[in-house]
Design a protein around this ligand. Structure first.
Ligand code: KG4
Ligand code: ZN
Length: 348
């Protein structure tokens, strides 16, 4: 079965083709530079850009794979969560293709797609504990199958990626700044007393990261010489004198540790609650983070679980994950009518 995947939920426009669980081709256009000018994603710009580039990416994908729409059995589209205007572009495009070709329409939960993405690189083992750490979400799930996700915990305020991006903004790194913090963090040992591990004393599986950002803001206010005065870029980071670089790296490493260790504690708690699982799947943009990957490696080892981490290119938003999730759902018999709705937030 050949499945076309369409992703337009935020600031990446992407399409991909999956056949029998393997990736045949993918195309992606990022809007990151556009939104960076505003320090965050501007919803109207995002939808207009999706509308502009999606048809071109679709054509390029067909050219890349040598296939025509008639060769495609199902069209999977991320129906949410995400920005409503952006989602509507992808959903409408998918409906148009299905209407014209008779292919099956499959609405996909963007967050589930993140967690299923590593299925493109190896076999997923269920039941699994899933940790989704992205720019908009921090969710833990019990994943019984590709179509059966039970939400266990979620963030009550900032998502982990948002905590990275807002902290990076305080330090004057460009948006999205998670990568900058991670790169510098690798150069220093963390001071584990510098920042709190937020909400770990709360006995639930939920997260709350907003306090961590405030702690960094307070630290930076007390040490203004630590951070860049104006917006930095990779060249500015490279030009930092060694002593300032070491001091900033230590702050980044400490922040990285606080996030990673908070995730570790809550994941261990979730594992205790759900009982026996076969694997731990970690996905989303923040799964690219060195500290998070290391912490999750430790959890998996301690609990004798297989750790499933997507390769870096599959961590951030992409079309391959939507195509793959759609393929899993389609082969399990799922599909939607042409009245499929986009669901920007809440239960999908
Ligand atoms: O999953 P994703 O591409 O988009 C959403 O669906 O939200 O995640 C983007 C998030 C951003 O907050 C970005 O700063 C963060 O992932 N991110 C990282 C790293 N790479 C991307 N955060 C920490 N360390 C990284 N290496
Ligand atoms: Zn995402």
């Amino acid at each position: 079965m050949r499945v076309l995947g369409i992703e337009t939920s935020c600031d990446e426009t992407a399409v991909a083709l999956v056949a029998d669980g393997r990736l045949l081709g993918h195309q992606l256009a990022t809007q990151v530079d556009m939104h960076a000018l505003f320090g965050g994603v501007v919803p109207e710009i995002a939808s207009r850009e999706h509308l502009r580039v999606l048809p071109r990416l679709y054509r390029e994908l067909l050219r890349e794979t040598g296939l025509a729409m008639e060769d495609i059995d199902a069209v999977a589209v991320a129906r949410g969560p995400g920005l409503l205007g952006s989602l509507l572009v992808g959903v409408s495009f998918a409906k148009g293709l299905c209407l014209a070709s008779g292919a099956r329409l499959v609405g996909v939960n963007h967050l589930w797609a993140h967690l299923l993405a590593p299925g493109l690189e190896g076999e997923l083992r269920f039941p699994a504990l899933g940790l989704l750490v992205s720019g908009g979400h921090t969710h833990t799930y019990l994943v019984r199958s590709p179509a059966d996700f039970e939400l266990l915990g979620r963030t009550l305020d900032d998502a982990a990626g948002e905590a990275f991006d807002k902290t990076a903004k305080i330090m004057n790194f460009p948006y999205p700044g998670g990568r900058y913090i991670d790169d510098l963090a690798r150069e220093a040992e963390p001071d584990t007393t510098l920042f709190p591990r937020p909400y770990i004393d709360n006995p639930t599986l939920d997260f709350s990261f907003s306090g961590l950002k405030t702690a960094v803001a307070n630290h930076v206010a007390a040490h203004p010489d630590l951070v860049f005065e104006t917006m930095a870029d990779a060249d500015a980071v490279a030009a930092l004198p060694a002593d300032r670089r070491a001091a900033l790296a230590r702050v980044c490493a400490s922040f990285n540790w606080s996030v990673a260790d908070t995730l570790r504690i809550k994941v261990e708690r979730a594992l205790k609650e759900v009982g026996k699982v076969e694997s731990l799947i970690v996905a989303g943009g923040v799964a690219a983070n060195t500290g998070v990957r290391e912490a999750m490696r430790g959890v998996a080892e301690a609990h004798g679980l297989e750790l499933t981490l997507p390769s870096l290119s599959l961590c951030t938003d992409n079309g391959a994950m939507v195509a793959y999730a759609g393929w899993e759902l389609a082969r399990a018999g799922y599909g939607h009518g042409l009245d499929l709705e986009a669901i920007p937030r809440g239960r999908i």
